[in-house]
Design a protein around this ligand. Structure first.
Ligand SMILES: [Cu+2]
Length: 512
C-alpha cells in the first residue's frame, strides 16, 4: 500500500498516560438538553482594509451567554460575550490591532502561533489594564494556518481562558488559496473550538470550585460555545479547523462508522502531504484542520463526532451542493533553515504533576531569563517529559514567538501528521522530542506546558532573543506589580488574593 492510501487507526500516544487515567479525571457526559445549532463565529470585520494594511479592534468584555436552557451563563469574550469572532490576517499585510480591555481586571492578548516580536506576542509582560487600550503593529509573514488568540496574564491565564477569552485566528496566504481545498467559511470551512465546562447552580461556571492543579475540567463538552451541537452538512466535503481550547482536556476524536478523514494542517502550516486517519488525539492548544468526506451518506443520515465514547457534534446530512474541492497530495514545502553549527542544544525537562510542576527544576519567574538564542540562529531543542511511565501524564509543550519543526521522538521519526510547522507538541512520559527552533523576531518569549493550570503553576520558563545588530533592553514585569493590580481590581488585600496558580507556589513554599 502506498503512503498516500495508508489510514492511521490509533492515537499514537502512550495509552496509560491518557488523561482518563488521572485521579482527577472528569469524564465527559452526554448533555441532557436538546441539540442546538452549532454556533459558527462570524469573521471579525476589519475597521479598514487597504491593499497593504488591515486594521482591527479587539475588545475583551464581560457578558452573559445563552448556553444552557434557562438562566444565562456569565462569560467573557472578545467583541462578544463568549469566545470571539474569527480574526483573519492576510500574509504580507501590515496588521494594526487595537486591543481594548473592558473587563474588570487586567488581561493580555496572546497571539498563539503568530510569529511576532515579544512586545506583540502578548505574554505576561504586556498587561492591558481595565479601561485601557493599545495598538499592536506588525507584519503578518507566515504560512496559512489556524492560530488562536487567548488571554495570558500569569498566574491567571487559566481562569481567564475558562471565562471564555479564546478565539480563532486564521492566516491566509496565496499558496493555500491556490489549492482546491474547501474554503467557503461557514459552509464547508468550519472552526471547531473544543472546550469543556461544569455548569453549577443557575448554569454558572465556578473556576475555583472546579480547581485542580493538574488542570480544570468539566463534564460537558462545549463546541464554539455550543452544548450538544448539530451542524447541517450541505457539501460532500467539509473542512474543520479544530482547536483544543480546553484548559486540560485531551480530545480523542473519531466519527461514527469509523469514518475516515484527512488531516491537512498542523498548528502552524499545512502538512507536507495529507494524512488519513480514523482516530486523532489533540492535546491542549494543538490545532488540526481535517477534511471529512460525507459522500457515503444520504440526506437524513446523521454522523457523529465522538471524543472517547461521548458524542460531541452531530452532523445532519442534507442534499449536497456541487463540490469541486480536492485534496492535492502535495500541500506544503517545509522550508526550515539549516541548524547553525556549534550552537549548544537547549535541553528542556518538564517534570512533576500537581503543584510540583517545573521546567528544568525551576518554577517560572518573570524576572529570570532561562535561556537565550540569537535572532536568525537555528538551534536544536530537546524536550523531555520526565514523568514516570507508571502513572505519569502527557504534557503539551508550547513555545511563543516561533514555529518549529519536529525532528524526532526518542530518536525515531515524528508522527506522520508532524510534517508541517508546529508550536505545541505533546510529549509522552519518559519521552524526548527533538525540535529545530529558530526565531524571526526579537523579544522575551515564554515556553511552557499548555495544560493551562500547569503553566500558571510554574511549568513555564522564558527565552530572550536578541538581534546582535540591534541589541535591545527588554522590560520585564514583576509578579508583585501584577499581583497588586489584580488585588486592587478585585478589591482585596494582596495577601487575600486567590488566583489559580498561586497555590502551586504556596504549597511548595515558594514565592512567585
Ligand atoms: Cu503539563
Amino acid at each position: 500500500m502506498s503512503e498516500e492510501d495508508k489510514v492511521y487507526k490509533d492515537y499514537f500516544y502512550y495509552e496509560p498516560a491518557f488523561n482518563t487515567h488521572d485521579g482527577g479525571y472528569v469524564p465527559l457526559e452526554e448533555p441532557n438538553i436538546p441539540q442546538q445549532k452549532l454556533k459558527i463565529p462570524e469573521p471579525l470585520k476589519p475597521d479598514k482594509e487597504t491593499d497593504t494594511d488591515m486594521y482591527y479592534t479587539v475588545i475583551s468584555e464581560a457578558g452573559e451567554s445563552q448556553i444552557m436552557p434557562g438562566i444565562k451563563t456569565k462569560t467573557w469574550g472578545y467583541n462578544q460575550p463568549l469566545l470571539g469572532k474569527t480574526i483573519i490576517f492576510k500574509r504580507s499585510k501590515n496588521i494594526h490591532v487595537t486591543v481594548k480591555n473592558e473587563l474588570p481586571e487586567l488581561t493580555t492578548y496572546h497571539w498563539h502561533g503568530l510569529n511576532v516580536s515579544g512586545d506583540i506576542d502578548g505574554g505576561c509582560h504586556t498587561p492591558v489594564y481595565p479601561g485601557e487600550s493599545k495598538v499592536l503593529n506588525f507584519k503578518c509573514d507566515q504560512p496559512a494556518a489556524t492560530l488562536w488568540l487567548h488571554a495570558h496574564p500569569c498566574p491567571s491565564t487559566a481562569e481567564q481562558v475558562w471565562h471564555g477569552l479564546a478565539t480563532a485566528v486564521v492566516v491566509k496566504d496565496e499558496h493555500e488559496a491556490s489549492l482546491p481545498l474547501p474554503r467557503n467559511y461557514g459552509v464547508d470551512d468550519i472552526p471547531l473550538i473544543l472546550q469543556d465546562r461544569r455548569f453549577h447552580e443557575d448554569n454558572q461556571w465556578d473556576y475555583h470550585k472546579d480547581y485542580d492543579p493538574d488542570g480544570v475540567q468539566g463534564p460537558t463538552a462545549m463546541i464554539n460555545g455550543t452544548v450538544n451541537p448539530y451542524f447541517d452538512v450541505t457539501t460532500q466535503k467539509v473542512r474543520f479547523r479544530i482547536l483544543d481550547g480546553a484548559n486540560r482536556r485531551e480530545w480523542r476524536l473519531h466519527f461514527s462508522d469509523d469514518l475516515e478523514f484527512t488531516q491537512i494542517t498542523g498548528d502552524g502550516s499545512l502538512l507536507t502531504h495529507p494524512v488519513k486517519f480514523t482516530h486523532l488525539m489533540l492535546t491542549c492548544a494543538e490545532r488540526a484542520e481535517i477534511v471529512v468526506d460525507f459522500s457515503n451518506y444520504k440526506p437524513g443520515d446523521e454522523v457523529i463526532l465522538y471524543s472517547d465514547d461521548v458524542p460531541i457534534v452531530h452532523f445532519r446530512i442534507h442534499e449536497f451542493a456541487k463540490d469541486d474541492s480536492k485534496i492535492p497530495n502535495d500541500l506544503f514545502k517545509m522550508n526550515a533553515p539549516e541548524v547553525t553549527p556549534d550552537t549548544p542544544t537547549h535541553k528542556i525537562v518538564m517534570s512533576g504533576m500537581d503543584e510540583e510542576v517545573a521546567i528544568n527544576d525551576k518554577k517560572f519567574n518573570m524576572q529570570r531569563i532561562d535561556t537565550k538564542q540569537t535572532l536568525g540562529s537555528c538551534e536544536i531543542w530537546e524536550v523531555t517529559n520526565s514523568n514516570d511511565c507508571d502513572g505519569g501524564m502527557i504534557h503539551p509543550y508550547h513555545m511563543h514567538g516561533c514555529l518549529f519543526q519536529v525532528l524526532s521522538r526518542d530518536g525515531k521519526e515524528p508522527y506522520p501528521n508532524e510534517t508541517g510547522l508546529k508550536d505545541t507538541i505533546a510529549v509522552d512520559p519518559n519521552e524526548t522530542v527533538k525540535l529545530k527552533v529558530w526565531f524571526d523576531h526579537p523579544g522575551v518569549f515564554m515556553y511552557h506546558c499548555h495544560i493551562i493550570e500547569h503553566e500558571d503553576g510554574g511549568m513555564m520558563a522564558q527565552i530572550e532573543v536578541q538581534d546582535p545588530k540591534n541589541p535591545q533592553k527588554f522590560n520585564l514585569m514583576d509578579m508583585d506589580t501584577l499581583m497588586n493590580a489584580f488585588a486592587k481590581e478585585r478589591g482585596v488585600k494582596p495577601s487575600e488574593l486567590n488566583l489559580g496558580g498561586m497555590e502551586c507556589y504556596d504549597k511548595m513554599n515558594m514565592k512567585m
